[in-house]
Write a protein that binds this ligand. Structure first.
Ligand code: G2H
Length: 255
């Protein structure tokens, strides 16, 4: 099954309302509609910028989509600081990132939490971008495949094949995030291929063939071509380079 590449720009905790508008306007100018025939491009702003992005995307009928960097596992109620899947869906979000390593590490999110958030996203019609990835010690010990598959199984535990068919998986080795040290295309392919194999076991070969598996970690306009050229890498989750309109547009066009 042909998988359309997805380039997702994770802005992390950057850009205020005005900067968000300026970036999306530049992207709209640099990414003409024809690009969207071959690649899906999405931006993942902080919660506070989502409404600004929505206004531009809907007002100018842009083909760019957008999503959130996290979603609450809860539906509503006394959860101070949380944002629900229903709220994000109401703002027109397509995606919700779950289990980014910065949430797993800095906010102690377990696979169980990631699974609950994945379910909350699916329940509200959002596509979860489920992130997994090994630290440097695991990589140096050569245990990266086993470690990532364990995280994958934990983060998708008990989901039906139909639910799994609706997720995007992002492989982001922690040692490559924001460090400028990108995985080699072969490193990315090794783990992304193993992820697809595991999806066959968790769901079916048909589902596994359709799920998009992204690579993330220091992706830029120079290295994106080789990485997404790998047979099991279907796009990229881009951090730092997604804050620069020219570079993000260029790398989206290459993907
Ligand atoms: C990994 C990635 C975006 P960067 O976190 O999710 O960030 O491209 O800055 O390494």
């Amino acid at each position: 099954m042909a998988r359309k590449p997805l380039i997702a720009g994770n802005w992390k905790m950057n850009l205020n309302h005005f900067e968000a508008i300026a970036l999306v306007q530049k992207l709209a100018f640099s990414l003409p509609a024809k690009y969207f025939d071959k690649v899906d491009v999405t931006v993942i702003p902080p919660f506070t910028d989502i409404r600004s992005v929505q206004t531009l995307v809907e007002g100018d009928k842009l083909l760019l989509t957008y999503g959130a960097q996290d979603v609450s596992a809860h539906d509503s109620g006394a959860y101070t600081g949380e944002i629900s899947g229903a709220m994000l869906a109401k703002l027109g979000c397509t995606f919700a990132v779950v289990g980014h390593s910065e949430r797993r590490t800095l906010h102690w999110e377990s696979n169980e939490t990631v699974l609950a958030k994945t379910k909350a996203a699916l329940k509200n019609g959002l596509t979860p971008i489920v992130c997994i990835g090994e630290g440097l010690e695991i990589r140096e010990a050569g245990n990266q495949v086993e470690y990532n598959l364990e995280q994958l199984r934990g983060s998708l535990a008990g989901l039906s094949a139909d639910e799994i068919s609706k997720v995007v998986v992002a492989y982001e080795p922690v040692w490559a995030i924001g460090t400028g040290r990108v995985a080699t295309p072969a490193d990315a392919q090794e783990v992304c291929k193993a992820i697809r194999g595991e999806l066959t076991t968790l769901a079916s070969a048909e589902v596994a063939a359709g799920v998009r598996v992204l690579y993330g970690g220091s992706v830029n306009a120079k290295n994106v071509g080789e990485i997404v050229g790998q047979p099991d890498v279907d796009g990229a989750l881009v951090g730092g380079a997604s804050l620069k309109a020219d570079e993000f547009a260029t790398l989206s066009a290459i993907a």
